[in-house]
Design a protein around this ligand. Structure first.
Ligand code: F6R
Length: 242
């Protein structure tokens, strides 16, 4: 595991964007695994800026996102499709037909999950997977559990995740209770993984996930077993690490 210490959120975002752009430059036809949430927003903003300057070309890139809320349509401003379109896809020259997320409108969970696994398989596999880190150690929407889930699955979100996501909705009742998420097995199959973490409130989980016991109770701890993981976190997030 490669640890990169950033000064603050801006520095973390710039460093993460540099790693993603290096991937695109080294392999213009790469497959990027992408995340939503508040942490990667700064990195996406840098990528857009560098695209606008002419330094980056997304025309060959394929993207597969980690997750999507079950029940939200693409035009719902809280769907992850909407988020990705707003922060990245709508602002760079990625081919919209090569940007993939689980289909939140598919009511049949088994079908939605099987379809998404097939989509990922057809891309040839993820070259660089970007991840944020949940307060309880979740990655994608893989919540603490008794086992690591291999493939795309439909999850019941925990109270802590529903509460954390509440800030994006008008009320807690509007936060979806289920989501489709890429499985831990698929995440571990990515050739490279980049984790971005920011803030004091993530310090304890950074310590537990990356320096503690490997257990499905802390899903991100499995990343310690991957051969090419880079964690870019700011000083606040690393504050409990010596
Ligand atoms: C988002 C995702 C989640 C977030 C995590 C951290 O696609 O898969 O695992 O990365 O909840 O969210 P933030 O960055 O908002 O703290």
């Amino acid at each position: 595991m490669r640890i990169i210490r950033a000064k603050d959120y801006e520095d973390m975002s710039r460093k993460a964007a540099n790693i993603i752009s290096a991937q695109i430059i080294m392999k213009p036809e790469c497959v990027l695994g992408l995340a939503t949430g508040s942490t990667p927003i700064g990195a996406y903003a840098r990528l857009v800026e560098w695209y606008q300057k002419g330094d980056l070309d997304f025309s060959g890139v394929t993207t597969v996102n980690l997750d999507e809320y079950k029940g939200l349509t693409k035009d719902n401003d809280q769907s992850y499709y909407y988020f990705m379109h707003h922060h990245l896809f709508g602002k760079v020259n990625v081919d919209p037909t090569r940007t993939f997320l689980p289909d939140g409108t598919e009511k049949d969970s088994a079908k939605a999950c099987a379809d998404y696994d097939q989509v990922i398989e057809k891309t040839g596999g993820v070259d660089l997977q970007l991840l944020g880190l949940g307060h309880n150690g979740h990655i994608g929407f893989n919540e603490p559990a008794d086992e690591f889930k291999a493939s795309t699955n439909c999850v019941d979100l925990t109270e802590s995740t529903i509460r954390a996501n509440q800030r994006f909705f008008a009320s807690i009742d509007e936060v979806p209770r289920q989501a489709y998420t890429m499985g831990i097995g698929t995440i571990m199959h990515a050739r490279k993984i980049l984790v971005v973490v920011s803030g004091q409130d993530k310090a304890q989980i950074v310590k537990d996930a990356f320096f503690g016991t490997i257990t499905p109770k802390v899903p991100a701890s499995v990343l310690q077993l991957h051969q090419d993981v880079t964690v870019v976190a700011d000083e606040a997030a690393f504050s409990l690490i010596g």
